[in-house]
Design a protein around this ligand. Sequence first.
Ligand code: F6R
Length: 608
Amino acid sequence: MCGIFAYTGKGKKDAGKVLLDGLLSLEYRGYDSAGIFTPESGAVKTPGAVKELRKKVSKDFSGKSGIAHLRWATHGEPTAKNAHPHSDCGGELWLVHNGIIENFKELKEKLAKLGHTFRSDSDTEVLAHLVEEYLGKTRDFEKAALKALNDVRGTYGIALQYKGEPDKLIAARMGSPIVIGLGNGEHFIASDPSPILPHTKKVVFLEDGEVAVLTPQKHVIRKLDSSQVRRNATEIEWSAEQAQKGGYEHFMLKEIMEGPEVIENTLRGRLLPSKGDVKLGGLESVAKKLAKIERIIIVACGTAYYAGLVGEYMLEEHAGIPVEVELGSEFRYRHPVLNERTAVLAISQSGETLDTLEAVREGKRRGALTLGIVNTVGSTIARETDAGVYNHAGPEIGVASTKAFVSQLTALALLTIFLGRQRGMSPKEGKRIARELAALPKKLQAILDRHGDIEKLAKQYGFARDFLYLGRRYNLPVAFEGALKLKEISYVHAEGCGAGEMKHGPIAMIDERFPTVALAPMDSMYEKMISNIHEIKARRGPVIVVATEGDKEVGKLVEDVLYVPKTIEMLEPILNVVPLQLFAYYFARAKGLNVDRPRNLAKSVTVE
Ligand code: F6R
């Protein structure tokens, strides 16, 4: 989320050009708004991405050093006012930031009392004023920056510049990545190595709690307590092109691999494990109305629709609310009966899918409360719904949705606790779910670590022209999603089906060339799933099973098993979908297809 890039070179290169070119390779990190600053030419900021920034920057914009930013909005709408760089009162200190300053409200109040005036709604601006405050007292840029960072809670990757010492840049890291590029008589700061690579392959990765002071000739790394750190440079082997994907061959793989971090980001600051409850700031304004809601209709398309189907099971079982799930494209044409006791909940990664948006508008017209689970801050669905929960999954670039699905399910689990606790879910039950949610990132990492086995398996099944995906209860939507992933990037036919429905038709397709992927974790549906697998085996159908680690029986029944760690049944889809995403990815790769640009598909569907 958010890309930052900074340069100091004492005129060796033009900072304006270096920074604008570099931002292009960071564009996948955010494209809500962009901004650039050099001490010589000042700041230029705009909504939109690099293209818009280029249009706004004058021809003679230049500098010997500078900082630049691409924003993926979290606090404040994506406007020019909220775009980075942000500055102090006097326009002397300029700052770009990736992350969230959690105590910004408290700091802002304090600084306002001391006479600071703020120009934006952004949490970042507070840090510029805080450094200004300390600079006034210490008259030392480095000391002021260190003191300010010691007052801040939250996550940050930053680059900071002071007009009084224009060749000097300060970088700091806490939770958000920062790489320092070591050139010859020049230094760079970036969120990832991609914009640095055209200039140098020698980099130093900052660690959490570290601050780097850079001039064209020198770099010094300190800890927040100001003790010095020695770190050897790393030589990057990637090409500049590859690095845009963080070293992965495709955005899709990179985004699948981000799963554990995505779950952490969706949960961050929201789980209250000791109370068995959650804090969802985006729902506070409608909390009272939500307590009276008698029915929820989830509206969504594609992958988000399948997330909604999982949400139906979660919310009905654990929050006791009747839920229906509707395709956005169908909802508004069927004259739904709604009232003020109905909530229409839209799920959308982009927040721009037209059918989902129109379903929200239909809900509004018919008097329902409208809610959103949306990844893109400031998108139309986010703006038009009455309240909602942001995914905080970061920009999803791969056309096939992967990490958004994982975060949608995580957000639905949070919503289940929220609504459940309003309706008599016991603190004990809330704690149990919260505990299991918090344990998911590690469990997901264990699945990702075995990606090599999944790649081998995908190659082994390269012969197949059709697949059946089977699941029951919570894992039925996972079967649908697994099939969708496979068909959209490999163009091989795949069909998701309720395992109980199989005997009502689909089983007729099974033979030795028609494989089935069966979701059979050790849960309340286990025995029934095992019976269904027997039925397929009896017809010589090859079967891949997604099973719970430690399940010895399933290994006796079929040869190909993808094991996943145990969790509670309502959270199983968050883990179980990942081997299916990886299977689809490697299956399509083995066919030499470009999985990031599947034919006929676009990332955001804004037509009916
Ligand atoms: C499938 C996929 C699509 C989207 C659908 C909804 O991999 O990406 O099915 O899930 O177009 O998009 P959003 O979530 O942006 O509303």
